[in-house]
Design a protein around this ligand. Structure first.
Ligand code: 5GP
Length: 173
């Protein structure tokens, strides 16, 4: 693992996620929040975030893939999901690992609001790369803004590897 350097440490991630959880819970009061975790990248962030939010929460999963095995977006987004409930009249919080061009999230938000018609829908993303944005998406709860670097770890992969790293890392060389 010597070719990977720590970009955002485990401690920094933890502290920021605890802050975000408190902020989210305080915004929603005692209302139930349905978190929709975007697989696979957001799985680790989502599992920490849901515990940081606490109170009445539910978890659903949606799969969105825009990157193949490369580090450049293919420009096409495949979205599939099978929910265990209707989201009509629910407060939905979409949970994503990183917003890059914004393509994935804009498609997910569009599809969810058209097909599910929730009472409210917000977005939490661990990371954002604003300099790469092609489509504007409103991130209601953001962990960290980062520069245009390809990051791995804490759920984020390179060709399906490195998701298990407890920190956000950078490949050297
Ligand atoms: P977007 O549609 O916003 O361009 O891309 C979003 C998806 O691209 C993310 O959910 C993530 O899977 C992938 N992605 C974007 N930037 C990075 C990155 O720096 N590292 C990794 N591992 N995936 C990224």
């Amino acid at each position: 693992m010597s070719n990977i350097s720590v970009f955002i440490s485990e401690e920094k991630l933890h502290n920021r996620i605890v802050e975000l959880g408190k902020e989210i819970r305080s915004d929603y009061g005692d209302e139930e929040i349905v978190l929709i975790c975007i697989l696979k990248g957001a799985i680790i962030f989502c599992s920490d975030l849901v515990r940081a939010i606490g109170g009445k929460t539910q978890l659903e999963f949606l799969s969105a893939a825009s990157y193949g095995d490369s580090t450049e977006s293919s420009g096409k987004v495949d979205i599939s999901y099978k929910l265990s409930q209707s989201l009509k009249d629910k407060h939905v919080l979409i949970v994503e690992d990183i917003v890059d061009t914004g393509l994935t999230l804009s498609k997910v938000l569009e599809k969810m609001s058209e097909e599910e018609k929730p009472k409210s829908m917000k977005l939490a993303s661990l990371l954002s790369k604003p300099s790469r944005r092609e489509i504007d998406v409103q991130i209601d709860y953001l962990g960290f803004e980062i520069e245009d670097k390809f990051v791995i770890g804490y759920g984020l992969d390179l060709a399906q590897n490195y998701r298990e790293l407890p920190y956000i890392g950078l490949m050297n060389g």
